[in-house]
Design a protein around this ligand. Structure first.
Ligand SMILES: *Cc1c(COP(=O)(O)O)cnc(C)c1O
Length: 395
């Protein structure tokens, strides 16, 4: 029979009417650039995430770029992130002329390693005359970008504490974590997006809340910074044709905002569905021993609903490279996130990282496989995926 990795057509049936009427309203208004449809979505987004300000952007990548531009990140600066993420996270740092610094990941959560970060800052970096912590190359460390990978939040309490002695901002890559929750040390349940100084989200069609094309969101708590983001988004202009700064065209389309607003009410239910599917996999793989290591659920015991939002279901698989053709033969949709860690990408060879520099990230790239997890997946399909995997290990 076969099981697709993702089938967006199954969700469209339920949202078609809501999308049609909202899209029609945008056409009737002929207001395609910013305006009330975008503002309505930004407001709803603030309410959901719990942030003070949300600025709709043309993609997750552009939202990140806009945040870094609004901070004035450029040559002479450095930004720290993980080598085990989608390319955009590091690409934006490079594009602004800043130094990209990678720190290895923790093997269970696949998040950036707090211990490695602390060791890097303490052992490799020194403050300059102004007291700004600098990399060995002499660049000022401006920000850390942890990635809430695959749908669980990084431990931002621990990361913030490490950054606290320095003026280093924490910018969340929440592209894969809309709705994901974290229990702070103060005992507050917070969503991804309000755990640092600023954050960005992606509405790429395959993300948990997907647009009909590209779209993204930058969020923050400071009104002043939000105003900067709005400027950067629109060529640095407030009054038309008067430019305070050089920005870009990073505006979200009103049509995309309309589509997202129509789908938004379903998000919690979809995230529930993803978690239910993960539970079914956990049960199905329970007797496979160390052949399949299911994804970690680091915040499960904290009483959170959205402790994981399973943007992807990424498991470690013994003998992975032999498993892949077996899955293909059984028509089981699968993917590798990510086949090559960023520090070993050709375009970043100039950074001088060699193979072995980040063993955990490299190992994750060799050992993990993503299986179908989308909310509309049926129980019999999950059973089919599990049976195909079982037949590989229990020949
Ligand atoms: C999807 C994604 C992005 C970029 O989002 P786009 O909307 O595709 O530009 C950035 N970071 C991560 C981790 C992502 O998964």
């Amino acid at each position: 029979m076969g099981v697709p990795l993702l089938d967006l057509a199954r969700q469209h049936g339920r949202v078609r009417e809501a999308i049609d009427s909202r899209v029609r309203a945008v056409f009737d208004s002929q207001q395609f650039i910013l305006g009330p449809t975008v503002e309505e979505f930004e407001k709803a987004f603030c309410e959901y995430v719990g942030c003070a300000h949300a600025v709709g952007m043309s993609s997750g990548t552009d939202a990140q770029l806009a945040i870094l531009m609004a901070l004035g990140v450029g040559p002479g600066d450095a930004v720290i992130t993980t080598p085990y993420t989608f390319f955009a996270t590091a690409g934006c740092i490079h594009r602004l002329g800043a130094e990209t610094v990678f720190i290895d990941i923790e093997p269970e959560t696949l998040h950036i390693s707090a211990a490695q970060l602390e060791a890097y800052l303490k052992e490799k970096c020194v403050p300059n005359d102004d007291g700004v912590l600098c990399t060995p190359q002499g660049n000022r460390i401006r920000a850390l970008i942890p990635v809430h990978l695959f749908g669980t939040c990084c431990d931002t309490d621990v990361l913030s504490a490490i950054l606290a002695p320095w003026n280093i901002l924490l910018i969340e890559d929440a592209a894969q974590a809309i709705g994901s929750e974290f229990l702070t040390k103060e005992g507050e349940v917070k969503r991804a997006g309000v755990l640092g100084d600023a954050a960005y989200f992606s509405f790429f069609p395959t993300k948990n809340l997907g647009a009909a094309g590209d779209a993204g969101m930058a969020v923050c708590q400071s009104e002043e910074f939000a105003a900067q983001l709005r400027l950067v988004r629109n060529h640095g202009m407030e009054q038309r044709y008067y430019h305070h700064m050089v920005g870009g065209n990073f505006r979200i389309d009103a049509l995309q905002a309309a589509v997202l607003q129509a789908k938004f009410p379903f998000l919690d239910e979809w995230n529930d569905g993803r978690r239910r599917n993960a539970d079914l996999y956990r049960a199905a793989f329970s007797d496979l021993g160390d052949c399949i290591t299911v994804p970690a659920e680091p915040w499960k015991d904290k009483g959170l609903v959205n402790h994981h939002t399973y943007h992807q279901y990424v498991a470690r698989a013994k003998d992975r490279d032999a498993l892949l053709p077996h899955l293909a033969a059984h028509k089981i949709g699968h993917a590798i996130y990510y086949p090559v860690p960023l520090h070993l990408q050709e375009c970043f060879s100039y950074l001088g990282y060699a193979e072995g520099a980040f063993p955990e990230a490299e190992k994750a790239c060799r050992e993990t496989v993503a299986l179908p997890i989308f909310p509309e997946l049926r129980e019999d399909e999950i059973a089919e995926v599990a049976a195909a995997i079982r037949s590989f290990y229990r020949k």
